[in-house]
Design a protein around this ligand. Sequence first.
Ligand SMILES: O=P(O)(O)OP(=O)(O)OP(=O)(O)OC[C@H]1O[C@@H](n2cnc3c(O)ncnc32)[C@H](O)[C@@H]1O
Ligand SMILES: [Mg+2]
Length: 196
Amino acid sequence: MTQKLILASNNAGKLKEFGELLGPLGFELHAQGEFNVPEAEEPYHTFIENALTKARHAARLTGLPALADDSGVCVNALGGAPGVYSARYAGEPKSDANNNAKLIADLAPHADKSAYYYCVLVFVRHADDPQPVIADGRWNGEIVAEARGSNGFGYDPHFLIPSLGKHTAELSSDEKNALSHRGQALRALVEKLKSA
Ligand SMILES: O=P(O)(O)OP(=O)(O)OP(=O)(O)OC[C@H]1O[C@@H](n2cnc3c(O)ncnc32)[C@H](O)[C@@H]1O
Ligand SMILES: [Mg+2]
């Protein structure tokens, strides 16, 4: 039997990647927007608290199991910023172009360009699930001022994977999903769900 699952996100880039990663596993995926679920508040300073809040919010409003992702890019020379604030680093309304411009400007005086993408996933069977299933993933790289590639979303045009010599926006979706913070977290989550 296919399991209905609400994706508790309004980010089109994430939704595409979840479809690619989870579709073949037989879940019946629905973006929360299909159920007119409004964006949840993300008031916390940690990825896990925001992810849990988003998952419970979507499950509460739909009555269905929900999966939330809270993620971001953490830059070492900036003390981990933008981190949990990655989506709105340059302020509201959210804009990938403005966020990237601010990141490149903030990092310009620093020699250390190392960074990592981080992703926490939370699955809840229902809004008050006392045992949410949680997994995370991390993907190391470097921030480069020059933008390259047109795939992916967010900071991908500026995120270099040194071992590949490519920016993540230059990777095919299969290549990105095989390596990314989100792909790693999702595979770990699926393993946990199998044994839960
Ligand atoms: O909360 P939802 O609705 O899921 O969508 P969001 O975009 O607000 O998502 P987050 O609050 O988790 O913020 C994550 C931000 O981190 C960045 N990010 C996360 N994963 C990324 C990826 O795979 N590639 C590029 N940027 C990414 C991007 O700027 C995202 O907007
Ligand atoms: Mg968000």
